[in-house]
Ligand binder design. Structure first.
Ligand code: C2O
Length: 567
């Protein structure tokens, strides 16, 4: 008897060790070794930071409900941290990954196991390094299949293929951003865009480095698009084919057809590609090139992949899609307005209806004084480029925010007085003010558990209007409204879509306009929010939310794992 009861007790102890009460999937182990690898593109060889020597990095394949254990070991001289972009990380903020926000980086020779469970999510997400500009070479797909026996809410595809857009730099991206932050000017732009690591036949010396998608006629393919580029939103199209958008950021949407789509850094988009009923006498280019709205220079080149029908002859004519103009905001607006949540009984859109807290954040560029001795900086009028939210340019601390929050030692690390709304009001989308200087600080906003939040992100015209793809960690949000000019708190809310707005983790703030999002703060921890254009993040276009524990056990942040890296 005693033996049996102690057996039951140890069984119970074992059960409480399981990662999450709703855990019901498999345990999947991955090993990520961060190491240097020589890679040649555009006839230039460079030694780049990779996971397991791969570029792009390995694909993570899981099912909804699975527990992932990813053992990351750092064999390079740089500090590393990895973010699982779009994964909710319910109660497991320690595994989220942004350096100095939820963890100190993994130092050379050290390891850290990212341990998290995928709860209530299925679709395409991605992982990337979350420190400085290392994500240019350190990224890969996360594919989350629905639970066993649960079908997609669209026709079952014959085959699936990830399409990862990246940016290739001949030079070392770490050196590029270090130099730019020093002299205050804009960083050098990339030398090519890539599809699954390949620039494609429109670049010099790249014909053999072209991604080829070989298809059979009369079939449906699921393409999982991921924009892993550092600094550029992209238009994408395949010649003579129509795409059906079925999911964004691992949330199903009401399917709609389009020839061209827009995808910002941070976003993912699943599309169905229906092939022609018989093999056509042609090959088809798939192209991506930027949607660019700012004043600065950018890489305006075009990446190409090939859609080829199996068994088709050689030297067939090559069809080319027509992409929107580089600054076609009209196309961008019309495309994003078509995105709607599926919002059915199986996949409801739980839009917060009773808002507890409203925030109004201006986002845009600005300047900091030059701090070089006897030299002028290369930013506007001899200043240094900066960027801010409500005029606060975020300064990364030397230790991680989450630790200091959890152990009650935040006093010297961050303050909790990030402004709810701009401290100085002006016509945000009219003539910019003469003083473009930002203030600098490590400021956060504290939210009690289960706060229903509405946040309006307002672009400013300081140093030019520009689209900003905003990403929130730890949550999905609903995009309830958007518009141009200044947000009007009296009239604009009447036009909000509170029924089936798209739910996602990254949204473009329109150039010279605003976007309104809503989310439920049901995940305790410290959650980064930033522009996913890496140059803007580097300049300070970022902030963090501190979400407090709730009363119930499943509303509390877990204690930190024993191997959490130290600063
Ligand atoms: Cu994909 Cu904080 O980033």
């Amino acid at each position: 008897m005693a033996g049996a009861s102690s057996f039951i007790l140890s069984l119970l102890a074992l059960l409480t060790l399981l990662p999450h009460p709703s855990f019901a999937g498999d345990i999947r182990h991955y090993k990520f070794d961060i190491k240097l690898q020589n890679v040649t593109r555009l006839c230039k060889t460079k030694s780049m930071i990779t996971v397991n020597g791969k570029y792009p990095g390995p694909r993570i394949l899981a099912r909804e409900g699975d527990n992932l254990l990813i053992n990351v070991t750092n064999y390079v001289s740089n500090n590393i941290s990895i973010h699982w972009h779009g994964i909710r990380q319910l109660q497991t903020g320690w595994a989220d990954g942004p350096a100095y926000i939820t963890q100190c980086p993994i130092q050379t020779g050290q390891s850290y196991v990212y341990n998290f469970t995928i709860i209530g999510q299925r679709g395409t997400l991605w992982w990337h390094a979350h420190i400085s500009w290392i994500r240019s070479t350190l990224h890969g797909a996360i594919i989350i299949l629905p639970k066993r026996g649960i079908p997609y809410p669209f026709p079952k595809p014959y085959k699936e293929a990830p399409i990862i857009f990246g940016e290739w730099f001949n030079a070392d991206t770490q050196a590029i951003i270090r130099q730019a932050l020093q002299n205050g000017g804009g960083p050098n732009v990339s030398d090519a865009y890539t599809i699954n690591g390949l620039p494609g036949l429109l670049y010099n010396c790249s014909k053999k480095d072209t991604y080829k998608l070989k298809v059979k006629p009369g079939k449906t393919y699921l393409l999982r698009l991921i924009n892993a580029a550092l600094n550029d939103e992209l238009f994408f199209s395949i010649a003579n084919h129509t795409l059906t958008v079925v999911e964004v950021d691992a949330i199903y949407v009401k399917p709609f057809e389009t020839k061209t789509l827009l995808i910002t850094p941070g976003q993912t988009t699943n599309v169905l590609l229906k092939t022609k009923s018989s093999s056509p006498l042609a090959d088809f280019l798939m192209l991506a090139r930027p949607y660019a709205t700012g004043q600065g220079t950018f890489d305006n080149t075009t990446v190409a992949g090939l859609l080829k029908y199996k068994g088709s002859r050689k030297n067939l004519p090559l069809f080319r899609p027509i992409l929107p103009a580089l600054n076609d905001t009209k196309f961008a607006t019309n495309f994003t307005k078509r995105l709607r949540s599926l919002a059915n009984s199986q996949f409801p859109a739980n839009v917060p209806q009773k808002i507890d807290k409203r925030f109004y954040f201006t986002v845009g560029l600005g300047t900091n004084p030059c701090n070089l001795n006897n030299q002028t900086c290369q930013g506007p009028n001899g200043t240094k480029f900066s960027a801010s939210i409500n005029n606060v340019s975020f300064v990364l601390p030397r230790t991680a925010l989450l630790q200091s929050h959890f152990f009650g030692k935040s006093k010297d690390v961050y303050s909790s007085n990030f402004p709810y709304s701009p401290s100085k009001w002006f016509n945000f989308t009219g003539n910019p003010p003469n003083n473009t200087m930002v203030s600098n600080g490590t400021k956060t906003l504290v939210l009690p558990f289960n706060t229903q939040v509405e946040l309006v992100l307002q672009d400013t015209s300081i140093l030019g209007i520009e689209s900003h793809p905003f990403h929130l960690h730890g949550f999905n949000f609903f995009v309830v409204g958007q518009g141009f000019g200044n947000y009007d708190p009296t009239n604009d809310p009447n036009k909000f879509n509170l029924k089936d707005p798209v739910e996602r983790n990254t949204v473009g703030v329109p150039p010279g306009g605003w976007v309104a999002i809503r989310f439920l703060a049901d995940n305790p921890g410290v959650w980064f929010m930033h522009c996913h254009l890496e140059v803007h993040t580097s300049w300070g276009l970022k902030m963090a939310w501190v979400v407090l524990d709730g009363d119930l056990p499943n509303q509390k942040l877990h204690p930190p794992p024993a191997d959490l890296p130290k600063c």
